[in-house]
Design a protein around this ligand. Structure first.
Ligand code: TGC
Ligand code: FAD
Length: 386
């Protein structure tokens, strides 16, 4: 198995490698044996969430004082990589919980909010969701229609969010909505609040082991203490996305290397014309190009991780690495599938499952083209979104 052609391990600390290896062992034991069936049946293995909490995979960079693990950003990336080697849906749960729910409560919340929610989210006792996308506004979240008004004793929330990971099973959602001055704010909405419903989105051909749904707010009374006090404006959700996009850039390396290694092994064992597939030049071209691109993606993730540890990674750098690495992993999945021939579509191998999952990953957290425009904006100074 090849996972580190340029010896990037030499840049990792002993602790980082230890944590990565323990998550890898957990994935081998608990995810790989059940994940194909979960995808085939479109069922989410929610029993794994508490185990991820015990593993330190939820809130890995949140301080220990609030139940997190206090790890650095490269460790967070390595955890995402190992989880997504198992399945993107497992990584999705951990990245939403960590970067999109715990991070905003930690970064923008007050002490009471941190103490109330973070330890339970870190242990997996609570599942969180992040509501930004709406039926009419995906790439353009600034045009969101979900709104709340100040009713004296409480806020009244109306609107709907769509395509929300873990919505149907969430205990609470961090919901981005506009106030009466049209400013984007964040509210913590708990599952039992009257008027709050979370229908499941069914018939997905991607991320089938992850539950996706809507968040519907029909005159929901939200206690005033559930407003995150320390953030106003669209930069709030975008800061959360910086963290989650960074994690995805590492995560997809796990899926990509798993596809590559499956194809490499198969090509060495399977014979046609009395020779292993690996002996044909066209197969070697595919394998060599895949490893080259995965290695480049791995180096980019590591470098952005180093910058992030120093608080120097820019949103545009994170966009570039998210876009590049997801695209690389998806190309590798498609090429790997070809190498397996008909076997490439079988659930006996992980490739088709990774490939279908990556078709969501290339869209969520900012589409492939939106990230290209973010790079374009950064290098020209001209926003081409509108
Ligand atoms: P624009 O006018 O450029 O910016 C508005 C304000 O936001 C600030 N900002 C950022 N701040 C920090 N980090 C970033 N990455 C930021 N991007 C923008 C900006 O400085 C400005 O601040 P201020 O103080 O001047 O007001 O915004 P725009 O309306 O033109 O839109 C551009 C943008 C960047 C928002 C858009 O291009 C974009 O990124 N769209 C993609 C939306 C998206 O990624 N949605 C993801 C939803 S969550 C999800 O998919 C979870 S999947 C979970 C899983 O299962 O893993
Ligand atoms: P649209 O914005 O309608 O875009 C459609 C196409 O038009 C894309 O190709 C896009 O690149 C292109 N396009 C749009 N604007 C431009 C432009 N200015 N220039 C050029 N091309 C453009 N959201 C959440 O808030 N929370 C979640 O937990 C969450 N989980 C998700 C889970 C899954 C499985 C999926 C599939 C999505 C999830 N999302 C979530 C939503 C996701 O973030 C959005 O799907 C994504 O941001 C794109 O929005 P859209 O689907 O509305 O596409």
């Amino acid at each position: 198995m090849i996972t580190d052609y340029f010896k990037t391990d030499e840049f990792l600390t002993g602790e980082q490698k230890l944590i990565r290896d323990s998550v890898r062992a957990w994935v081998n034991k608990n995810v790989l044996p059940i994940i194909d069936e979960a995808n085939q049946k479109h069922q989410s293995p929610t029993e794994l969430i508490k185990q991820m909490g015990e593993l330190g995979a939820l809130g890995s960079f949140i301080p220990e004082k609030y139940g997190g693990s206090g790890f650095d950003q490269i460790t967070y990336g390595l955890i995402m990589q190992e989880l997504e080697r198992g399945d993107s849906s497992i990584r999705s749960t951990a990245s939403v919980q960590t970067s999109l729910v715990m991070y905003p409560i930690y970064e923008f919340g007050n002490e009471a909010q941190r103490n109330t929610y973070l330890p339970k989210l870190a242990s997996g006792e609570f599942v969180g969701a992040f509501g930004l996308t709406e039926p009419n506004h995906g790439s353009d979240p600034g045009s969101m229609e979900t709104k709340f008004t100040d009713e004296g004793d409480y806020f009244l929330l109306n609107g709907a969010k769509m395509w929300i990971t873990n919505a149907p099973i969430c205990d609470l959602a961090v919901v981005w909505a506009k106030d009466e001055e049209n400013k984007v704010r964040a509210l913590i909405v708990e599952k039992d609040f009257e008027g709050f419903s979370r229908p499941e989105t069914v018939k997905k051909w991607s991320l089938r082991a992850s539950v996706t749904g809507e968040l519907v707010f029909d005159k929901v009374k939200v206690p005033k203490e559930n407003l995150l006090p320390n953030i106003v404006g669209l930069k709030g959700p975008m800061m959360c996305l910086n963290s989650a996009r960074y994690g995805i850039a590492w995560g997809v390396l796990g899926a990509g290397f798993d596809c590559f290694n499956t194809a490499l092994q198969y090509s060495q064992e399977r014979k046609q014309f009395n020779k292993p597939l690996a002996s044909f030049q066209l197969t070697q071209k595919k394998l060599s190009e895949m490893l080259t691109e995965l290695t480049a993606a791995q180096l980019m993730a590591l470098r952005v991780g180093q910058l992030k540890n120093e608080n120097k990674a820019t949103p545009a750098q994170i966009s570039m690495v998210k876009r590049n690495n997801v695209h690389t992993a998806l190309k590798v999945a498609r090429e790997s599938r070809q190498i397996l021939g008909a076997m490439g579509i079988s659930g006996d191998f992980p490739i088709m499952r990774h490939m279908m999952n990556l078709e969501s990953v290339i869209t969520y957290e900012g589409t492939h083209d939106i990230h290209l425009l973010i790079t374009g904006y950064d290098i020209t100074g001209i926003p081409a979104f509108k």
